[in-house]
Write a protein that binds this ligand. Structure first.
Ligand SMILES: O=C(O)CCC(=O)C(=O)O
Length: 272
């Protein structure tokens, strides 16, 4: 097991996480990558992952659970959204990211959630939430959390491959990508299909001002990450999360869920 690393820099990294400000001090073994990786690119038209082999042969497989909406916000809206975010404080986070959170106070390890100081999603998001509900996948999507992340190549910002929690968060993860294009990398550690050995990675290109939804297999089976090499300029994103069935009508924690939703959708929020 990796020894716990306490950063001596003014960054937010803990444990095995790193950014350009702290990783020169981390041991090499923490930074090693799996060298057997099968690389694919996601094609949004055919909803398949494809790759050209050296022989010229084309390999592909169906990749379900991604919905991409290009030009979801206009250039003017992007300017207004990011200017508004920059009026609030950005908190240092892991792996060179900065963040602003609008959501309930959660302890995922103990599976505890409470209102805490949550005052709702920001006012400027009302229009975005209304617009996203026009997508068939999001017709009944009711976000209860918005997390803004700020990535910068100067800090070596990234987010490691992970699956989002599914005790509290529901089926759809919705992200709006602002200020620069990037790549969302979907990965399966143990391979799939004909590629039984090594990791499989699928690059999903996210144009600036687009919205992406992860659901189904892309939400629950494939990990997602933003690698440092894919951050070419400042990138800001807003991720919206909904509640799981346990917190919705008929669920054990329906009452708390309904309280959280009322607060979230009052759109009176300030970051926590
Ligand atoms: O930056 C992104 O697009 C992904 C963010 C993410 O995976 C997360 O907040 O859990």
């Amino acid at each position: 097991m990796a020894a716990e690393y306490i950063p001596s820099f003014n960054c937010g990294c803990k444990g095995i996480r790193t950014c350009l400000r702290c990783e020169a001090q981390k041991s090499k073994h923490l930074l090693q990558e799996n060298d057997q990786i099968h690389y694919f690119t996601y094609d949004p038209l055919s909803k398949t992952a494809v790759r050209e082999e050296e022989t010229g042969a084309r390999q592909s497989f169906v990749f379900p659970g991604i919905f991409l909406w290009e030009n979801f916000v206009s250039e003017d809206e992007e300017r207004e959204l990011t200017a508004r975010m920059d009026q609030d404080v950005w908190k240092e986070s892991q792996s060179g990211r900065r963040k602003q959170d609008f959501g309930p106070k959660v302890n995922f390890k103990k599976q505890r959630v409470r209102v805490g100081g949550f005052t709702g999603l920001p006012a400027i998001s009302r229009l975005l939430v209304d617009r996203m509900s026009k997508a068939p996948q999001l017709a009944s999507f009711k976000p209860v959390e918005q997390c803004n992340l700020d990535y910068d190549p100067v800090r070596g910002s990234a987010i490691d491959p992970h699956l989002d929690d599914s005790w509290l968060w529901g089926e759809h993860l919705v992200t709006i990508n602002l200020l620069s294009d990037t790549v969302l990398t979907m990965s399966l550690d143990q391979g799939c299909g004909g590629m039984d050995h090594g990791e499989v990675r699928v690059a999903v290109h996210l144009p600036r001002r687009s919205l992406v939804v992860l659901y189904g297999e892309a939400r629950h089976r494939w990990k997602h990450a933003i690698h440092r090499k894919d951050i070419h300029g400042r990138r800001v994103c807003s991720t919206f999360r909904e509640l799981s069935a346990e917190f919705l009508q008929g669920g054990e924690q329906e009452k708390l869920g309904s309280e959280l939703l009322d607060i979230a959708l009052s759109f009176k929020g300030a970051p926590l």
